[in-house]
Ligand binder design. Structure first.
Ligand SMILES: [Zn+2]
Length: 255
């Protein structure tokens, strides 16, 4: 429901979008990621003129383990919102689990093709596992384990590959960092000799550039895969993740 290139966290839905949810055989969504979708799913479920029962809903939030950013960032993190991190898909192994779950549910909605869904999920799982292996190997030996990012999208990636994420703003990219946040991150960058600050596709680089400007660090683009555009570094998840891997290997100084 998110148009290509739109920032997904603050998606707004029109009445037509909401009606479309009501007609769907299956709605796959991530509770806590897009408040407008959560609300629409709830209201459609409550509206008896539609048939959106629990059967037609698949909340993939279980793919995350509910870790919040306080745990991720320790005392040095700049934030303490304590909200759950929705960005599970940046760990390919978690995405593979969701793919299996979606394939299973599609097979229930459309039993004639159940086997095809499962076969394709199997193929996708092997591709994701191969990617995971490349990322494990590529990020195993990095001079800089601290990953300083504009928004806190990379907690699951960091957790999977042994990096520590320090986000300048919170889990939602529009959150403006306070002067204190900026001062904390700037001090962290200097103290840990962080030489690359990452900003994201779909989000303004201003915050990352501010910190980079004050510390002499460079900036680089890391794609949280919240939407593909013409400017994306590849046409699908796996291609963009491979590009992210290259960016990270350079920025974190990996061997
Ligand atoms: Zn995000």
């Amino acid at each position: 429901m998110t148009p290509p290139g739109a920032e997904p966290h603050d998606l707004e839905l029109g009445p037509r979008d909401v009606a479309m949810l009501g007609d769907a055989d299956l709605v796959v969504y991530l509770d806590g990621f897009q408040p407008a979708v959560d609300e629409a799913v709830e209201s459609e479920a409550a509206d008896s003129s539609y048939d959106v029962g629990p059967q037609a809903r698949l909340n993939v939030a279980d793919a995350g383990d509910g870790h919040d950013e306080d745990e991720d960032h320790g005392e040095e993190g700049a934030h303490d919102e304590g909200t759950t991190d929705p960005h599970f898909w940046l760990d390919p192994t978690r995405l593979a689990d969701v793919s299996d779950g979606v394939a299973g549910r599609l097979g229930k909605v459309d039993p004639d093709h159940a086997k095809e869904y499962l076969d394709r999920a199997d193929t996708l799982r092997s591709e994701l596992m191969e990617l995971d292996g490349e990322m494990q190997a590529g990020l195993a030996d990095c001079a800089a384990p601290e990953l300083v990012t504009a928004h806190n999208a990379f907690g699951y990636l960091a957790e999977r590959y042994g990096l520590t994420q320090v986000g300048i703003t919170g889990l939602t990219p529009e959150d403006e960092p306070s002067p204190q946040d900026l001062a904390e991150v700037t001090a962290f960058v200097k103290e840990h000799d962080v030489r690359t600050i990452y900003y994201e596709t779909l989000v303004s680089p201003a915050v990352a550039e501010t910190v980079a400007g004050e510390t002499g660090a460079a900036t680089a683009v890391l794609d949280p895969l919240e939407g593909l555009t013409e400017e994306s570094a590849g046409g699908d998840y796996i291609a963009v993740m491979r590009s992210n891997l290259q960016t990270l290997q350079e920025g974190q100084r990996c061997r």
